[in-house]
Design a protein around this ligand. Structure first.
Ligand code: ZN
Length: 412
């Protein structure tokens, strides 16, 4: 999205009613600018939309009347500034929320997420994911419905993040390998049915968890302002990737693009469930890390948490350090291949990959630079993901999208 409004929206010397009529086409772009933190004041909003000050004022007032944003007409003047400060814009603290749900190998999490990617309330749950998707999706929706009734918030819809490629247009979880779900489970339809059964208004959506993490990072986190953002992350098991182009997820023809987990980075490596050998999926995930470090997966904490703990608390242990370096080298090889093919202007890393970057950023950047055509100039910034629970925030973005497209459609 360029954030530019229909030029016909610009108008001079009219009543506020006509101004709003003319600014109607600017409501969505204006809400997206405030939602993503790119329009903190009315002056910035006016400039970004390319409309008159009066039209921007009418648009902001309408979004405030819809309960979506807050306009502070009397902000404190910044020290040393001259003249009257511009009205401050922020998302409404007590506005509506989206119900976000995430299923991962070790359980689920439900959350309510407001505009601005703000998590209002969360409910984690269960250690074992049932083999029947309807059961676990029923539990996570129930947890979300409880959060809604406790907070009394209006709900715009629901979004679900799953650790599987989700095929479009049917919304099928094609390869939920680390859950015991049957391949091809119609997760979006099941989720939508559970949402309706719980009496929750609004549409329901489902997508891959790393795709959603990338979307959230692009709008609210370390990916803000990137044009071609590549996100690579480990979940609790396996590795996923996503690309955000000009503000939209690149999904491919049927939702299955960027299956980076099956890029081979070690021809002699361990066999992968895809039929190949040495894929990123089995060479750079938490299980690969624990194995390389000679540690047994403990029964009490997840593989991901145990890997985090080792890197944080035992990095001086040569086995942990060597395992970290081995995984960094494999990850770097995979990223170098992706840089050659996709030419991103920024890479963000999540999950264990973020911890590997934090442990030795220079080593990872050197491997990527040394192994890629476009990386050699040292050009591609590699950053850690910036948001907690970015897949949840991204799931909420799916439910917020219809409101961002047409704010007048927000439930009253
Ligand atoms: Zn594979």
């Amino acid at each position: 999205m360029s954030g530019k409004a229909d030029p016909r929206a610009a108008g001079e010397g009219t009543t506020s009613r006509t101004r709003l009529d003319r600014g109607r086409g600017a409501l969505g772009p204006a809400l997206e600018l405030v939602h993503t933190g790119r329009a903190p004041t009315r002056a910035v909003l006016t400039a970004e939309l390319g409309v008159t000050r009066a039209t921007a004022g009418a648009v902001a007032a309408e979004l405030e009347a819809l309960g979506l944003i807050r306009v502070d007409a009397r902000p404190g003047a910044a020290a040393g500034s001259q003249g009257r400060p511009s009205h401050r814009l922020s998302v409404a603290e007590d506005g509506p929320v989206a119900l976000a749900a995430q299923i991962h190998a070790d359980g689920f999490r439900a959350a309510l997420v407001g505009l601005g990617g703000r998590i209002v309330a969360t409910a984690p749950g269960c250690e074992v994911v049932d083999a029947d998707p309807a059961k676990v999706l029923g539990s996570v929706v129930e947890a979300g419905a409880e959060l809604l009734s406790r907070t009394g918030r209006r709900c715009v819809g629901a979004g679900l993040a799953v650790p599987s490629a989700v095929a479009e247009p049917e919304g099928l979880a094609l390869n939920p390998l680390h859950l015991a779900w049957p391949a091809g489970a119609p997760v979006r339809e099941i989720f939508a049915r559970q949402v309706r059964a719980a009496g929750i208004e609004g549409p329901a959506f489902a997508a891959n968890d790393v795709n959603l993490a990338a979307l959230a990072e692009h709008r609210h986190g370390a990916g803000r302002g990137a044009r071609d953002l590549l996100c690579v992350a480990t979940g609790h098991r396996g590795v996923g990737g996503a690309l955000v182009l000009d503000g939209r997820l690149h999904t491919g023809s049927s939702g299955l693009a960027l299956e980076v987990g099956h890029l081979a980075v070690n021809p002699e490596g361990r066999p992968c469930h895809c039929g190949s050998r040495g894929c990123l999926d089995v060479e750079t995930d938490p299980l690969a890390f624990l194995t390389a470090a000679g540690r047994e997966p403990g029964p009490d904490v997840s593989l991901l948490q145990r890997s985090y703990d080792l890197i944080r608390d035992h990095y001086a242990d040569p086995a942990v350090r060597t395992a970290t370096e081995t995984l960094i080298d494999r990850l770097g090889l995979g990223l170098a291949g992706l840089v050659n093919i996709l030419n991103p202007d920024r890479i963000v890393l999540g999950g264990l990959h973020r911890a590997l970057l934090d442990a030795d950023p220079e080593r990872l950047r050197a491997v990527v630079a040394g192994r890629s055509l476009w990386g050699q100039s040292g050009g591609v910034p590699i950053l850690p993901c910036g948001l907690d629970h970015n897949s949840l925030v991204g799931a909420a973005e799916l439910a917020w999208q219809p409101v961002l497209d047409d704010p007048l459609g927000v439930p009253a």
